[in-house]
Write a new protein. Structure first.
Length: 383
């Protein structure tokens, strides 16, 4: 995991991942051996960037699709808050396919600690704790989306960047540069513009009490989400200490399993399960559409979650949060296409600001990665 190189986002591959052990070799150091080191580095260098790009795609595509499907669910007559919470994690079984494809050839249950049983116990407790927190966070988001206009909801969700800055500083020793600070500010303001543009319409007829409740719960959800990202990064670095994609998928699968069970209990304990049949029959676009909406919402959330956890794994929780916020001003573009929403000048400016913020952060990654490349190659040549 990156985050301790002073770049704010990590920007490059860690030194222990690219170091070729020439000094420890029993063979004399030759020119061909030295030439191999930069090649090995550049191979891992491009592999790192490929993983970053892939996880960004998963996050943005998954979050955009799940948000649009969630809005479609409410627009067509869906009203169950616990069902909305349930589908955010219930799609985790599809990840077993990816877990099989990316399975590690080495034993997955072994760790670097001297007491494997203690390590397994710690990891299990981490999965349970994070899963319960995720379930509570998803429920707060469900209430917020129900009681707030979409633009207000997006604006408050953007505050997760500020919360994440605090948690990353406190838990992950995250450092900031001017470019990263500029990126955070721009991405936050781009989402804020969307809220200012539409919130002049008021609270959409909601009572003041429900509006305040939705506002409070969405702020709480944003803060909790940021805490989850930082805690995951701590778990990867301090407890799990394994750097394979299967570990990332395990984190997502087992925390989602716990969150899904908790949501299912909530669905039955609240009595909302009794209304689901009537909700399905009353769904404006039909019963099949109701089922498919929930199904693909669940799948989309899992795709987004893989992107979130993957970016925490290869970069940092702050970068994951920045990319998550980038999707907020992108969603209105698809809303224009599918829901015929109006695209005005303020929304266009918000999207341009978001792109500017993303480029700012990406340029910081480029600078940091370039420094890491020079340092690693220099070390190999001098070994």
């Amino acid at each position: 995991m990156a985050g301790d190189d002073g770049s704010g986002g990590g920007g490059g591959i860690r030194e222990d991942e690219v170091h070729v052990q020439i000094a420890g070799s029993s063979k004399p150091e030759t020119s061909s051996t030295i030439e191999t080191a930069p090649q090995n580095f550049h191979t891992k260098h491009w592999h790192w960037w490929l993983m970053v790009a892939l996880n960004i795609f998963f996050l943005v595509a998954g979050q955009t699709a799940s948000t649009l499907l969630g809005r479609f669910y409410y627009n067509q007559g869906g009203n169950s808050k616990w069902m909305s919470t349930f589908v955010q994690t219930a799609g985790f079984p599809v990840l077993f396919v990816a877990l099989y494809l990316f399975r590690s050839k080495s034993p997955s249950t072994q760790t670097t600690t001297s007491n494997p049983e203690t390590s397994v116990t710690k990891i299990t407790l981490i999965y349970i704790a994070l899963g319960l927190i995720i379930a509570a966070d998803d429920l707060m988001y469900s209430y917020g989306l129900l009681y707030l206009p979409v633009s207000t909801y997006s604006l408050i969700c953007a505050s997760q960047l500020a919360f994440n800055a605090v948690f990353s500083y406190a838990l992950n020793a995250q450092k900031f540069t001017a470019l990263i600070f500029n990126s955070v500010i721009l991405l936050t303001f781009s989402a804020a513009l969307l809220g200012v543009d539409e919130d002049s319409q008021g609270t959409n007829g909601l009572s003041r009490g429900k509006y305040i409740l939705g506002f409070t719960l969405t702020v709480g959800a944003s803060a909790t989400y940021s805490l989850i990202l930082s805690l995951m990064q701590v778990a990867f670095e301090k407890v799990i200490k394994k750097e394979t994609f299967s570990v990332v998928l395990n984190m997502q699968i087992y925390t989602a399993l716990v969150a899904t069970i908790a949501s299912l209990i909530g669905l039955f304990a609240s009595g909302e399960w009794e209304t689901l049949e009537g909700e399905m029959h009353a769904f404006s676009s039909g019963r099949l559409s109701y089922v498919m909406t929930l199904l693909w919402t669940a799948v989309s959330w899992q795709i987004a979650s893989v992107g979130v956890v993957g970016l925490i794994f290869v970069v940092s929780s702050l970068f994951s949060n920045v990319i998550s916020t980038l999707a907020l001003p992108i969603i209105p573009v698809f809303a224009v296409i599918f829901f015929h929403d109006k695209m005005d000048g303020v929304k266009i400016i918000a999207m341009l600001m978001a792109i500017w913020g993303f480029v700012s952060y990406g340029y910081q990654l480029y600078i940091s990665d370039k420094k890491a490349t020079k340092t690693s190659v220099s070390v190999e040549e001098n070994s």
